[in-house]
Write a protein that binds this ligand. Structure first.
Ligand code: NDP
Length: 247
């Protein structure tokens, strides 16, 4: 897979799956911009790694829930890199509680980050992708958006929303030869997953048919493939990377 000359944005690239995807895109030739909200040192370290590979890197502190931040970031990337070819919407949070204990703030924070955050970046790149008649959008959802999960009504609803968003935008941008797909990971051991009780981690391992959790690069490799020319006829799809956790 060759992404040389391609310019990518990965939202939430400072830690976790976002970092793995940013580095894998760069490894295959892309210049990569990431954003983050809290982990500035980690985000700057990702840029150093990208630059060591001979690509351009950029880290921007930008809250994905802010429409103004999203538009400013996309504009900055086009100014610094020259164009935008690949958007990976990844920044996400969880604020778990059963529905009878979930606060309005927990609901809103997850929706604003996980769902509106994706809308903000997709809408900001769409005019560029339509003008150039090419582009790749890859949205990170979750198997919990497909099946639901105890104490995750906000998270699962946001991730199910991403699936509707993906299919709709695939239909809207298809004529411009832009592909739009979603990747649904099962549990991957990141900061997000480390907050969970061990019993939930053990349950996830037992649910997989492979008997193990996925690695960061399991997700990154699929995303790089979807970003590449090899995946040019795949659009509107939701592809799980979960070791058979949800089948
Ligand atoms: P992490 O918590 O490890 O990383 C989340 C990333 O998102 C960080 O870079 C964080 O940046 C960024 N982020 C969070 N909120 C914002 C915001 N408002 N504005 C900008 N950036 C923000 O999560 P994972 O790597 O585990 O998850 C990545 C994606 O994968 C998420 O969409 C998640 O739902 C999904 N996923 C994860 C699974 C898992 O098991 N880990 C399973 C299925 C899906 P910073 O901290 O610097 O602010």
């Amino acid at each position: 897979m060759n992404l040389e000359g391609k310019n990518a944005i990965v939202t939430g690239g400072s830690i976790g799956i976002g970092t793995a995807m940013a580095l894998d895109l760069a490894r295959h030739g892309a210049n990569v911009a990431i954003n983050y909200r809290r982990h500035a040192d980690e985000a700057n370290a990702v840029v150093v790694e990208i630059e060591k590979m001979g690509r351009k890197g950029l880290a921007v502190q930008a809250d994905v829930a802010s429409t103004a931040d999203a538009e400013a970031m996309v504009k900055k990337v086009v100014e610094e890199f020259g164009s935008i070819d690949i958007l990976v919407c990844n920044a996400g949070i969880n604020r778990d509680a059963p529905i009878w204990k979930m606060t309005e703030e927990q609901w809103d924070e997850v929706m604003d980050t996980n769902l509106k955050g994706y809308f903000n970046y997709i809408r900001a790149v769409a005019p560029y992708f339509r003008d150039q008649k090419s582009g790749r959008i890859i949205n990170i959802t979750s198997i919990n958006g497909l099946r639901g999960k105890f104490a995750q009504s906000n998270y699962a609803a946001s991730k199910a929303g991403i699936i509707g968003l993906t299919k709709t935008v695939a239909k809207e941008l298809g004529k411009s030869l832009v592909t739009v797909n979603a990747v649904a990971p099962g549990m991957i051991m990141t900061e997000m997953a480390k907050q969970l009780d061990q019993k939930w981690i053990d349950l996830a391992i037992n649910e997989t048919v492979l008997g193990k959790l996925g690695e960061l690069d399991d997700v990154a490799h699929l995303v790089t493939f979807l970003a590449s020319d090899l995946a040019g006829h795949i659009t509107g799809q939701i592809i799980s990377v979960d070791g058979g956790q949800y089948i």
